[in-house]
Each structure stands twice: as C-alpha cells, then as structure tokens.
Design a protein around this ligand. Structure first.
Ligand code: IMO
Ligand code: MG
Length: 405
C-alpha cells in the first residue's frame, strides 16, 4: 500500500475529518498537508465529539502516527490548546509529530489578518481571521519563522528582531495600531517552543520509511479545491493548496507515491466566507438544509451558505485532481426533499457553458442550469449497505458519479 490523498472537493467542510477518522484505522501515518487552524474537522467517535483545527484526524488510534506537515502554518497556542484538550479526554499524543519546516503563525499575522479584512470593508474575503493568509504571505516573502527556528533560541531572537521591526512599521504606520513588544513575543514563543520541542521532527523521513515498509499513509487535506489559490474562486480563496498535488509538497513525498486520490464531496454544496457560489439558495430550501445539517462553521460559527450540488464545480474539481474515488457525505440531509436539483451547466451572457470560468466576475454572473430528480422521502441514515438505499438515492449518487467522470 502507498499514500492516499483525501481531498476536500468543494469549498471545504465536506466531512474530511469523518472520512479520515474512518480510514485511519488501517493507516500507519496520517499527515495534515496544508492550511492552518482555519480548518475545522469534526470527528464523532466512541469517545465523543471532537473539533480538530490543526491536529490530524487520525489521532484517535493508538497505532497511528500523526504528522503536522511542512505545508501547514501552525498557531502554537491553538495547537497546545488542542493537545491539552485531547489529553484531558484520554487521547494519547505520544505519536504526534510536527514538521520542523512548518511555518509558525505569529501574533502579527493574526492582527494583520483582521486589519486587512477590516480595511477591505465590503470587499472583505471573509477569512477566518486566524492569521493563516499573512503567515503564508510571509512564507512566500521569505519573512517566515519556521518551527525549526523556534528550537534555537538565540537564532529565533535574531530572526524575530529582524521580522518584527518590519511588521511593527506596518502595524503602526499603515494601520495606526500599537506595535508588538519584541521581548514579550519572544518569551511567549519560547514557552511554546519548550512545550512542542519533543514533537518536532524531520517528518518527511518518517514518511519515507513508512512508505518503504508499504504502510498506508493518509494525506489529510484541509479546505477545499475551490479555495485553492490557483484553481479556486480567486481572490476569494485560502492561501495554500488543498489539492491532491498540494499533498506531495505539503508532506514531502514524491507524486508517484500517491496511488489514490479520494475526493470528499457533500451531497449538496456549502460555502462559508465571501465569493461566488452559483448554486447558493437564499430561500427556505437553503435555510432548511442549514438547519437540518447544522451548517454553521466549526472554526468561526458563521452560518454556511447552502445550495444544490454543483456538477460544473464537481467535474472541474475531478479533472484537476485526478480523483480515483469519491466519498459522498451527508446524503441523509436530503431525505425530506420531494425534488432535488443538480446543476449541470451555467448560463453566462446568453451562452450555456459547462466549464468553470477563471474570472470571479464571470462566475458571479453565472446562473445555474438544473436538472431535477425525485427525492427518496424516507430516512436513510440507518442504512449501511448501498443496495439497501432507496432507488432514488442510488440514482442521485449515480448521477454525481457521472458528473465527476
Ligand atoms: P475545512 O478544512 C471552509 C475559507 C474562509 C474564507 C477563505 C479564506 O474545515 O474544510 P482563510 O482564513 O483561509 O484566509 O480564509 O477560506 N476557509 C474555509 N472554508 N472550510 C475550511 O476548512 C476553510 N478554511 C478556510 O471561510 O472564505
Ligand atoms: Mg470544516
């Protein structure tokens, strides 16, 4: 066996945590490969309900090594809080490892995320304000601080001094807020460093040895393909790649190791934050989905925008990721709708198109073209075998499969 990438195929919140938790039982290693604590992965198992933001959803199995990969950005306070919460609830953390190449979310990243969003006003992206975007910006700008840097205190102080001087100029001169105090930030992050040090490793070597032993490695995605900075609804995207290709970079393995790419789709669509979503339902159907499925953000509590399954998005998502399988979640949310709609194309400026336009301004003008299917009008959540599903539910799944090729 080799690496399996588990990718959020829509706008995030597809149920990746649940699927990883299921698959992790047979995996030796689970790696989170992108994003930061903007993610919110809910896992419900025999120990209760857990909301994970940065720790991989494989943590509940004592035989599974969990890695926070180099492609992530880590807020140490959030990570430590999550570790404390898990250990208080009896979860063993001795197999949790953190890549020394992962970037650290610093206090100025969180401040700037909020200040930049406020400055954008009506054009705000609706970020989670966790500092994730500014941390990835610094990574690209070569101004980042990495987990490995925290492990060398004198080196960290030197680096922080250099970076903080520039950040304080932006905070004070652009935004007119108080500067951060070097000594305070330094001391605080030294405490985090001491706490995290036993978990810090060169994690790509660990993956290499697992793969050489033919063990199963799960690559846990965060966010969703339509939030990818290249292929998502730019600029209404996140700042690291949630795609299957992002998994190799964010974990440190070769693309030839990834033998399966499992897409996680919701049976309908949701989106949280700004940006176009052609099938969004601003009516009672959207509200019914939101209430029935409790579609409120795990990280920010914001109501999620809900809508019908978007086959244009699905086909695009499948094409650019090379999915080998689909996991379709929350089908039972559709139990009570006599008619279900699936978007199969868009109308744009008098033309019908079946490809996702690159420009957000174009996508905003797209009107969905729907086909209608009969609902099943019966509760299906107790069903454990595909063949026991009502014929209408099987037809619905079949149609999603076709749309994803
Ligand atoms: P999981 O892993 C849904 C969205 C934000 C915002 C945009 C940019 O739970 O699927 P950011 O804070 O990343 O700069 O915000 O991306 N977003 C998510 N939406 N699920 C997520 O993660 C998300 N992570 C970020 O709402 O629109
Ligand atoms: Mg989520």
């Amino acid at each position: 066996m080799t690496a399996i990438a588990v990718v959020g195929a829509q706008w995030g919140d597809e149920g990746k945590g649940k699927i990883i938790d299921m698959l992790a039982e047979k995996a030796a290693v689970v790696v989170r490969y992108s994003g930061g604590d903007n993610a919110g992965h809910t896992v419900i198992n025999s120990r209760g309900e857990f909301k994970l933001h940065i720790i991989p959803s494989g943590i509940f199995y004592s035989h599974t090594t969990c890695i926070i990969g180099n492609g992530t950005v880590i807020n140490p306070a959030v990570l430590i809080g999550e570790m404390d919460n898990l250990s208080q609830r009896g979860v063993d953390l001795s197999r949790l490892y953190i890549s020394d190449r992962a970037h650290v979310i610093m206090p100025y990243h969180i401040l700037l995320d909020g200040l930049e969003e406020d400055k954008l006003g009506g054009n705000a992206l609706g970020t989670t304000r966790k500092g994730v975007g500014p941390a990835f910006t610094d990574k690209a700008a070569r101004l980042g601080i990495r987990v490995g840097d925290l492990m060398d205190k004198p080196g960290f102080l030197k680096r922080l001094n250099l970076v903080l001087e520039r950040k304080n100029q932006i905070l004070t001169k652009v935004y007119g807020v108080q500067p951060l105090v070097l000594e305070e930030v330094y001391q605080q992050y030294c405490r985090y460093a001491d706490r995290l040090a036993p978990h810090v490793r060169e994690t790509s070597e660990m993956l290499d040895s697992a793969l050489k032993k033919k063990e199963i490695v799960l690559l846990e995605g965060a966010q969703g393909v339509l939030l990818d900075p290249d292929f998502g609804t730019y600029p209404y995207t996140t700042s690291s790649s949630p795609m299957a290709a992002g998994a190799c970079l964010g974990a440190g393995i070769g693309p030839n190791q990834v033998r399966q790419v499992l897409a996680v789709f919701k049976a309908y669509c949701t989106r949280v934050g700004g940006g176009p979503m052609p099938t969004e339902l601003k009516d009672d159907i959207g509200e019914a989905i939101r209430q029935c499925a409790h579609e409120f953000g795990t990280t920010t509590g914001r109501p999620r925008r809900c809508g019908w399954f978007d086959g244009v998005v699905a086909r695009f998502s499948a094409r650019i990721n090379g999915y080998t399988g689909l996991a379709i979640t929350r089908l039972d949310v559709l139990d009570n709708f006599p008619k279900l709609k699936i978007c199969t194309a868009y109308h744009l400026d008098g033309k019908t198109i079946d490809e996702l336009p690159a420009r957000t301004e174009d996508l905003e003008r797209c009107q969905p073209a729907y086909e209608e299917m009969d609902g099943w009008m019966t509760p299906i959540s107790g069903i454990r075998q595909y063949s026991h599903l009502p014929v209408e539910a099987r037809r619905y799944i079949k149609r999603l499969e076709e749309l994803c090729n």
